[in-house]
Design a protein. Structure first.
Length: 167
């Protein structure tokens, strides 16, 4: 291979890598970066607006990725999911009225149930997530607390037009 072609090939690979890295970093979702943490006693802090991921709230449900230092990435829906939660390819956390239902997945923590039958459950009110999700492997995940103060809040502009949904 001639030297100038090698230089062009290497330069092209560097430019492509930079473009891909930039697109990953911009995938931040619509969670308020000042109100983006949930807590699990066994998994620690769960960040719903990490620098290289992020959760998006839509009328259908949640999508994207949250990050927990102790358990890694948490995926909120299968790619192209309709949130049926009946097959291995159609799972996710769906939004029904103000209530979140269904499952998120973590390679290290397993399934995280947003509407557990033993109590808890997660709702969204005025953009704030409230309540508890459950995982057999990490226990309860709490989405809002007064002391110490933390919580998860969406900044999705579509909720402003349908604010009655979150009152």
């Amino acid at each position: 291979m001639r030297p100038r072609y090698v230089k062009r090939t290497v330069l092209g690979m560097v430019v492509l890598a930079a473009m891909l890295a930039g697109s990953i970093a911009r995938a931040t979702g619509n969670i308020d970066p000042a109100n983006n943490f949930a807590w699990s006693e066994n998994a620690g802090w769960i960040n719903f607006a990490p620098a290289n991921g992020g959760v998006t709230v839509s009328r259908a449900g949640l999508s994207g990725y949250a990050w927990a230092e102790n358990i890694g990435w948490i995926k909120l829906a299968a790619l192209g999911s309709t949130y049926g939660n009946t097959t291995t390819n159609d799972w996710g956390v769906k939004l029904v009225g103000k209530t979140l239902q269904g499952f998120a997945w973590s390679e290290n923590a397993g399934w995280i149930n947003f509407a557990p039958t033993q109590g808890g459950g997660v709702t969204i009110s005025n953009g704030w997530f409230n309540g508890y999700a459950w995982s057999e492997n990490v226990g309860w995940v709490q989405f809002q607390n007064a002391s110490p103060a933390y919580g998860v809040r969406t900044t999705a502009s579509l909720w402003a037009a349908t604010a009655v949904l979150f009152q």
